[in-house]
Design a protein around this ligand. Sequence first.
Ligand code: UD1
Ligand code: UDP
Length: 379
Amino acid sequence: MDHSMAGPRRILTVFGTRPEAIKLFPLVHALEADDRFEARVCVSAQHRGMLDQVLEITAITPHHDLDVMQPDQSLDALTARLVTGIGGVIDRERPDWVVVQGDTATAMTGALAAYYRKIPVAHVEAGLRSGNIHHPWPEEVNRKIIGSIAALHCAPTKTARAALLAENVDPAAVHVTGNTVIDALHWITAKLERQPDLASGLAELEQRFAGKRIIAVTSHRRENFGEGMQAIACAIRRLVARPEVAVIFPVHLNPHVRAVMESELAGIDNVALIEPLDYPHFARLLAIADLVLTDSGGVQEEAPALGKPVLVMRETTERPEGVEAGTAKLVGTDADRIVAEAGRLLDDREAYQGMARAHNPFGDGRSAQRICDLLWTRG
Ligand code: UD1
Ligand code: UDP
């Protein structure tokens, strides 16, 4: 196709949760700055508050906001609202491409609604696989569905590309672009250098915990609800029994997470249970943390880039690169194991130094530009 004859290509980027917004804002910014494209944005607002935190700091004003979030939403009702809502937006926009990211309900339904209209889908962060449909749940199936629909697969790493090829995806449609999370991290780091005040809200906690070893904790995985969350809370209680340790835990807004963490950890000295942090404050928290305990996907990618040892509270990971690089370790959700592994890093300087080295297996910060170029050349 002679691209010089075509008008700007209309790209509809669809997202709805915090991690999708963080990983897609670099692409939206790049599309907006590029004359080859008309950048259109649809947010589902599957996450209302945590999405708006990202939209605000990144100055993205969506063209469509479906506002689908309901308190304690079930997967089926959420999926139904999303597929019809996003479908209606695609009908109005008639884009050349629909772009989705990762493995959330918004990403899966965005891909499905585009497929129902025969509009090509570009999948950002394609090819992550744990090999277990129950871990992470329901994300492993969501991303496999997207993988079977997408016309362009932007794999963050070679491992992700290989996973797609093993599923017989057309090799010409799979490109290793790096993960846009690293673009996002570079952007926020540069912004904080210029405007450190954007993260000044942690100053009080930094003062309260001065001289302590800070452990940053996040947790939200559905498969950890119940027993897993209880075990994580129990591990935190045991870790902060050590007077030199403090935990800063921005608690996800999911009521299943909050109920457990508030009942198990509220009021304990050296545990700060706080509201979800906006991205500048979370970047600051990672910077001041000695160690990260998480079941998050994105945090597993950010911590290695910052040289922060990360203990992954999951049974499996679809992001083996952090483990291979030596900055991440899978510890599951057994309290004894979490306490033992964290204790080892706190007590054994050599073990700590062995993990606390910055690695960038997930990207070089130029993924968004590569994806833009692919949306042009592969269109
Ligand atoms: C979702 C994604 C998960 C992703 C995670 C990132 C699905 C099925 N799950 O899980 O893949 O890793 O986001 O955080 O797509 N809530 C609020 N305000 C918010 C956000 C959530 O009140 O800003 C509460 C609501 O009660 C909501 C509940 O959390 O119903 C669950 O939100 P939901 O998006 O369904 O699931 P997450 O566990 O957040
Ligand atoms: N994050 C944030 N504030 C917080 C906790 C996390 O901005 O209080 C960011 C973090 O930097 C990462 C993303 O949210 O980029 C991860 O989101 P989450 O853990 O909710 O989802 P997952 O990555 O597991 O899908």
